[in-house]
Design a protein around this ligand. Structure first.
Ligand code: NAI
Ligand code: CS2
Length: 499
């Protein structure tokens, strides 16, 4: 698409913010795009209604230093552009952050100097909640069993130097140790990453790491710290030149700006012993059990996203909006959502999964967002188990249909093909995944069937019982062979014709 095509001027509703937080009550790890467009927007609304003790200290513990500095330089204000469609955008000024810190290593190899400030902030009596969006890999848990990856170099470094932590679990352990030592109550830890049981998984990572340090501390964390789960939903693409250019066209010249769709959903388990903002006033659903919502979103929305992400690029498609208008991909997506994911979900009666699927299709079709498929394709080894594979096993157990997992099978074969890192014209693209090296080794096998077997043999991703089921393992091998022989589009056409 020519970027100038998207430069028609939309109607803009501008919403200014006048209220600044007075104190910091939340520390957030993972100052990325999503945090700025989701949590910070809801907290800004709480602050605007007078809850000024809930300002946020937003921290990057690796990666992006520039954003930390930019926000500091502009008094922590920035703009969020919510695109309903190409013709309608709401431009909100967001004031929820009152401090930004960097403790990671920047691209020049320079370490951020803010670790002491971060640990002091986390040990402050006003800090009552710590939130996280550090991506799935930032918890250092195996995708299959959720065990702490103690041999990962980053976790091993934290075990060797507990007082100078670099990982999110390491930082939480050190901060909680300091609070316990000082006789302060612990903060509540709220994961906002796309993982099933994200609260329980975070607890597991933190307690397992604390056990390496001090059994009594681990026990205290396990019994005293609340780790509620949450389901988060808002499509927030990474910012690129084109997104900034479109904002400039409507008079928004802000290097910390972020764009999103208009939709926002946040469902949180209501377990905050040290208090929380009144999120419920601003559309957040506070519930007893978040699991059904989390599973629905991961399998339906994220599962559908991943299907597009591994098929689309090899069909010459760049964004979700382009991919979802392709008739073949529409059929694949509908089959996956309604016949493979939905039957594995048990939802409250008020939720219609048919309606949910329809709503997802129209959100995906929002072409005012350039949500790149390669962005979603990142970290597949961390995403596949919860998006496709766990539901897939349940579906196989419940159905005798030969084609029970046909869309999922095609998706897994497409993912394996995608991880070769070369498109059908021979052009290379980066495969961004913590297991990229291991995947690349598997692709060294000469025969397609061996490549598929090697990748499906990675037990950190695939359970042996799923792989040995002919309706899964053998079918993935056949689908991969077909993709490699015919090309993605023709193979998909043939695959859909056979079901
Ligand atoms: P982003 O690329 O803008 O930011 C990623 C953040 O994660 C950065 O702060 C980075 O420093 C941090 N990070 C990455 N690896 C880390 C590690 N190993 N340890 C500690 N921190 C690490 O991405 P964005 O859009 O902010 O998404 C982040 C996460 O938020 C996603 O992985 C997902 O779990 C969740 N999310 C994102 C949505 C979106 O549409 N962008 C929607 C729903 C959830
Ligand atoms: C996407 C999600 O990047 C991905 O893997 O599937 O970030 C998706 O955009 C969000 O979960 C929507 O809430």
């Amino acid at each position: 698409m020519n970027p100038s095509d998207t430069h028609e001027t939309p109607d803009v509703v501008r919403i200014a913010s006048h209220d600044a937080p007075e104190r910091i009550g939340i520390v957030h790890l993972g100052l990325g795009a999503f945090h700025r467009a989701h949590q910070a927007q809801v907290v800004a609304q709480c602050i605007a209604r007078g809850e000024r003790a809930w300002g946020i200290c937003s921290v990057n513990i690796r990666g992006n230093r520039a954003l930390v500095d930019i926000l500091r330089n502009q008094g922590f204000r920035y703009y969020l552009a919510e695109y309903t469609d190409r013709a309608h955008v709401t431009l909100r000024e967001i004031r929820a952050i009152s401090e930004t810190l960097f403790t990671g290593t920047d691209p020049q190899g320079q370490r951020g100097e803010d670790l002491p400030a971060l640990l002091a902030r986390l040990s402050h009596v006003d800090t009552r909640i710590v939130t996280l969006t550090v991506t799935e890999k930032g918890y250092y848990l195996s995708s299959s069993e959720g065990a702490l990856l103690v041999d990962d170099p980053a976790i091993a470094a934290d075990i060797a130097h507990f007082e100078a932590p670099r990982t999110a679990p390491g930082i939480l352990v050190e901060a909680l140790a300091r609070r316990r030592q000082a006789g302060l109550p612990p903060f509540t830890v709220l994961s906002c990453d796309n993982m099933p049981d994200n609260g329980e998984r975070t607890r597991r990572a933190v307690v397992a790491l604390a056990e390496r340090r001090d059994a009594a501390l681990a026990e205290w964390i396990d019994t005293e710290v609340a780790f509620p789960s949450s389901m988060v939903d808002r499509i927030v693409p990474a910012m690129d030149e084109e997104a900034f250019a479109r904002l400039q066209a409507i008079g928004c010249d802000d290097p910390a700006a972020v764009v999103s769709e208009a939709f926002l959903q946040w469902v949180i388990e209501d377990h905050f012993p040290q208090g929380r903002p009144d999120w419920g006033q601003h559309g957040v659903e506070m519930v007893e059990d978040v699991a059904p919502f989390e599973t629905m979103k991961l399998r339906m929305l994220n599962g559908a996203h991943s299907l597009l992400a591994y098929t689309g690029p090899l069909m010459g498609l760049e964004t979700v909006a382009e991919a979802v208008t392709d008739p073949l991909l529409q059929r694949l997506l509908r089959r996956y959502m309604l016949e493979e994911a939905a039957p594995t979900l048990s939802m409250p009666e008020s939720i219609s999964l048919d309606n949910y699927a329809d709503a997802l299709m129209s959100r995906f079709a929002n072409d005012s967002l350039r949500h790149r498929l390669h962005q979603i394709a990142m970290d597949g080894s961390q995403k596949l188990p919860q998006r496709w594979l766990r539901g897939g096993e349940e579906r196989l157990a419940a159905s005798h249909d030969e084609q029970a997992l046909s869309a999922t099978v095609f998706g897994v074969a497409a993912w394996i093909r995608y991880t070769r890192g070369v498109d059908e014209q021979g052009r290379a693209y980066p495969v961004s995944d913590p297991m990229a090296d291991r995947l690349a080794q598997c692709h060294d096998h000469a025969r397609s069937v061996d490549r598929a077997a090697a990748i499906m043999g990675i037990e950190a991703i695939f359970s042996p019982s799923l792989v040995s089921a002919p309706r899964f393992g053998e079918q993935v091998q056949q689908a991969l062979a077909s993709i490699e022989q015919l090309g993605m589009r023709a193979a998909l056409e043939q695959h859909l014709a056979s079901v």
